[in-house]
Design a protein around this ligand. Structure first.
Ligand code: FAD
Length: 623
């Protein structure tokens, strides 16, 4: 059946696998996606939402590179919100509430329309490896499929064990089989594995809830969208989410189940996501809190199913049900599915290069939750990079690596490879030292050109970015060179209760004021007519405003990023002997030998490698 040898085999059709398969096929590699269930491509195992703080930036970056997550998110969105708008633009983060079924369907349609991509439904249990190089996979039916490269994206499925109270059973996600064989195969080769856990809340029937007791959360009045492409449009209709709270009665009921909880009775030993704790964890750790917020999120356009965000739990079913009935608005709740926790195997990501290829076996790549991350966006980001690099590898091209100053995706992968992770890793804006540069609005400007150069982002995308840049610099030049009329300015300032002015000045001076926004500048006739004549949409004016208001910060970060680049350009030869340098600290030698950084900048980010060690390395390299 598989008489052809593939260029790339992607194992797993989750968020990482789907992006990996799309990227490698779109680059021209003959690709096979092998997954355990083709009905569940890019299944949202947990909450029906994409984006959010720092994650929204990642989705924009994937889209700018030519990935599908942004387009699929737009096609399946039921609500759009730009989070953190009260803060500076570096913090603005788009998020959509998704129709869970539509999301999977949209992914399937995109992938089925991707030339060079084949599909096969089965479990991969073993790898074909010769002379430390992967040559294909073996499935549970004993089918051997050969390929030049393999990308593993097994998510939460490797030896997955599901817990609900005292009950536990094998599974990769509720209702789906766990994956066996691969962990053993990888351990036999010499890979180190670990165990992590995560959890999910119950789903309930929305018809049994009393929403009038809850606070309604509507979507944005002028919703935007994720994708920079023309393929999607902003939402016209949106669905609301709701907020309610737990209370002391709920907490008391939950505590009655603690001795039967796998979290507290020792059944679960692995570490869960710190920033997504279960409700029992929250009650235990923050015992002084009288209530916790619950977001009541619809699961789609045409279903009554509701996701109870904030109530993730692995307590026994009866306790989950009883406790939820005491939440305001949930008095008559009908359960559709209980919450549960899952433990699974992962492989510490320090075993990978920045390309996501493994250090032990050539042409083998890992992406997604298998690398110790959590979240759809983090998985999809690694997926697209692994798919690109699998293609680059078998076509003997340079690996595609994004720097920390170029993308959140760069920060994510650099953190994983150089720091590793002992608990599920999720992205935050605070992890990115250059976050003023890494904004959601400029992801296309940062990445589309780079992706076009390797053949992934389309010409249309590139033209769109170039037009946007041209228009923006035309607008900035207008704002910096043209003066406003005193009369119009003073009308605006009087309205804003600001001191009036006696002399005219450039528009940019007015826009640089903290209390004046681009929307306020609508009252200037000359500016308005310039914008209309040049057919500039609001996103261009928004970027011009950010450039003018935050130019000081942006320039400073650019200078710092350039300094980092200089160290990034100093390569450490793969055979470099750290032990011969007597002045290197013992800890630095140990870490450098273990992680084998490829550049001096990477070496400088390893914990335990101090500035003095970097100086020693610089001198030894003749700098
Ligand atoms: P997955 O989405 O898990 O996909 C793995 C894919 O690989 C599946 O399609 C599977 O069928 C396939 N597969 C596995 N093994 C094989 C094999 N041997 N052969 C063929 N195919 C195989 N994220 C959060 O950010 N916050 C949360 O609170 C959160 N809670 C979660 C709760 C639960 C119960 C679960 C299961 C996940 C949760 N997640 C959460 C994690 C989120 O779902 C994952 O981060 C994300 O789905 C990972 O994407 P992935 O592509 O790496 O793997």
């Amino acid at each position: 059946m598989f008489d052809t040898k593939y260029d790339v085999i992607v194992v797993g059709g989750g968020h990482a696998g789907c992006e990996a398969a799309a990227a490698s096929a779109n680059l021209g590699s003959k690709t096979l996606l092998v997954t355990m269930n083709l009905q569940n491509l890019a299944q949202m195992s947990c909450n029906p939402a994409m984006g959010g703080i720092a994650k929204g930036q990642i989705v924009r970056e994937i889209d700018a590179l030519g990935g599908y997550s942004g387009i699929v998110s737009d096609k399946s969105a039921i609500q759009y919100k730009m989070l953190n708008q009260s803060k500076g633009p570096a913090m603005w983060s788009p998020r959509v509430q998704s129709d869970r079924s539509l999301f999977t369907l949209a992914w399937r349609q995109k992938l089925e329309n991707t030339p060079l991509l084949d599909f096969y439904q089965e479990m991969v249990v073993d790898l074909i490896v010769k002379n430390d190089q992967v040559e294909g996979v073996i499935t549970s039916l004993g089918v051997k499929i050969f390929s030049k490269t393999v990308v593993l994206t097994n998510g939460t499925f490797l030896n997955g064990l599901i817990h609900i109270g005292e009950k536990n059973f094998s599974g990769g996600r509720v209702g789906e089989k766990a994956s066996f064989g691969l962990t053993k195969c990888l351990e036999n080769i010499g890979f180190i594995s670990g165990r992590m856990k995560t959890g999910t809340p119950p789903r309930v029937d929305g018809r049994s809830l009393n929403f009038s007791f809850m606070f309604e959360q509507k979507g944005d009045i002028n919703p935007s969208k994720f994708s920079f492409s023309e393929e999607t449009l902003p939402l016209k209709n949106q669905k609301s989410c709701y907020i309610t709270h737990t209370n002391t009665e709920v907490h008391e009921i939950l505590k009655q189940g603690f001795d039967r909880s796998p979290m507290f009775n020792g059944s679960i030993k692995s570490t869960g996501p710190r920033y997504c704790p279960s409700i029992e964890d929250k009650i235990d750790r923050f015992s002084d809190k009288l209530q916790h917020q619950i977001f009541v999120e619809p699961e789609g356009w045409n279903t009554h199913e509701v996701y109870v965000n904030g109530f993730s739990t692995s307590l026994p079913y009866d306790i989950q049900f009883k406790a939820l009935k005491s939440v305001q608005g949930f008095e008559s709740v009908k359960f559709l599915r209980p919450g549960y926790a899952i433990e699974y195997d992962y492989f510490p990501p320090t075993q990978l290069f920045h390309s996501l290829e493994t250090k032990l076996i050539q042409n083998l790549f890992f992406a997604g939750q298998i690398n110790g991350t959590t979240g759809y966006e983090e998985a999809a980001a690694q997926g697209i990079i692994s798919g690109i690099n699998a293609h680059q590898k078998h076509t003997t091209k340079k690996p595609f690596i994004l720097g920390r100053e170029e993308a959140y995706i760069g920060v994510l992968i650099d953190d994983l490879i150089l720091k590793g992770t002992e608990e599920p890793y999720r992205m935050f804006t605070s992890r990115a030292e250059y976050r003023t540069l890494l904004r959601q609005d400029n992801a296309d400007e940062r990445l589309t050109h780079k992706s076009f150069k390797i053949g992934l982002a389309s010409k249309e995308r590139l033209i769109k970015v170039e037009e946007k840049l041209k228009k923006r610099s035309k607008l900035i030049s207008f704002l910096k060179n043209k003066s406003f009329t005193i009369k119009e300015a003073n009308n605006l300032l009087a309205n804003k209760k600001e001191n009036l002015i006696k002399q005219t000045d450039k528009y940019s001076k007015l826009l640089a004021r903290p209390n004046i926004s681009r929307v306020d500048l609508n009252c200037f006739a000359e500016l308005n007519s310039f914008i209309k004549k040049s057919s500039m949409d609001d996103s261009i004016f928004e970027q011009a405003e950010i450039d003018i208001k935050y130019s000081g910060y942006i320039e400073k970060e650019k200078r710092n990023a350039n300094k980092l680049k200089r160290l990034e350009n100093i390569k450490i030869p793969p055979s470099f002997d750290f032990d011969k340098l007597a002045s290197l600290s013992l800890e630095a030698k140990e870490k450098l030998n273990k992680l084998r950084p490829e550049t001096l900048a990477q070496a400088s980010r390893i914990s335990g490698v101090n500035p003095s060690d970097i100086s020693v390395l610089l001198v030894s390299m003749g700098r």
